[in-house]
Design a protein around this ligand. Structure first.
Ligand code: 13P
Length: 266
């Protein structure tokens, strides 16, 4: 039997969505009102990450619900001459409790690096935001046999300079670059399980002990058909969803599909 004070692996289970660059004010409000009205999340921990322009509105509409709200990126500095950027205090004031960092679309198109992710992780924790760090290998890196090395490197550099106690306040999402978006192919669950085991070793090492290391979510072409098989993987603590959760009904249905009994044993 596991110690009752130690949550079973894979529980609590997170189901979150990033809207990416979608969500005009009317649509965002309607989405938020619909998920605010969901009365049973079946035990999952829900979160949404809307664009900055609607974040305050969405957070206000979800204030009395269990759904947490996060930004999709932020700068590491508090304020200053950083045209076009958003800071952690700004996100906090808008009602965000989380922030996504290092998504592969930001790494690929906007110059995000492991070093800037690390600066942002420190800033998020300083300001009471939970960082959700996205990591993942490209197809070429997987074909070249270095996927595990790449993942370990991304984890280590994201957590560089944190105390073991702070490591436990970070969340990770394993998102193979080749599995994400319109051209993505869902990763086979066995591959996700194998990658998750390697990532977990790195997280346990950084946290200083097994069982207290960060939650690890899976993302990349998650949909209603594959949500349950991913959710059943022992090394996965949640799902991070794009397209399939871009309607409130799609998101709520995914949360239902991923829900697992709270007393599930190890
Ligand atoms: P899709 O679910 O659209 O593949 O996007 C996943 C993702 O990038 C979540 O961050």
């Amino acid at each position: 039997m596991s110690d009752p004070a130690t949550p079973a692996p894979g529980w609590p289970f997170w189901v979150g969505t990033s809207w990416k660059m979608n969500g005009l004010p009317d649509d965002a409000r309607s989405y938020a009102e619909r998920i605010a009205a969901v009365d049973d999340w079946h035990g999952v921990l829900p979160f949404v990450m809307p664009p900055f322009t609607v974040l305050a509105d969405v957070a206000r509409l979800l204030r009395d619900s269990p759904v947490q709200v996060g930004g999709q990126n932020m700068h590491w500095d508090e304020c200053g001459s950083w045209t076009g950027e958003i800071s952690a205090p700004m996100l906090r004031q808008c009602g965000a409790t989380m922030v996504e960092l290092g998504h592969s679309e930001r790494r690929r198109h906007f110059g995000e690096t492991d070093q800037t992710v690390n600066l942002k992780v420190h800033a998020a924790l300083r300001h009471g935001l939970t960082p959700l760090v996205c990591i993942g290998e490209t197809q070429a890196e997987r074909d070249g046999g270095v996927a595990d090395l790449i993942l370990a490197r991304q984890v280590r550099l994201a957590l560089h300079g944190l105390t073991a106690a702070h490591v436990g306040r970070v969340m990770f999402a394993y998102e193979p670059v080749w599995a994400i978006g319109e051209a993505g192919r869902p990763a086979p669950p066995e591959l996700v399980a194998q990658a998750a085991a390697g990532i977990r070793q790195e997280l346990d090492r950084a946290a200083g002990a097994p069982g207290v290391s960060p939650p690890l979510l899976y993302g990349g072409s998650v949909n209603l058909e594959n949500a349950a098989p991913y959710a059943a993987l022992a090394g996965i603590d949640g799902l991070f969803v794009g397209r399939a959760a871009w309607t409130a009904e799609g998101y709520a249905a995914l949360a239902r599909a991923a829900a697992r009994p709270p007393c599930r044993g190890p």
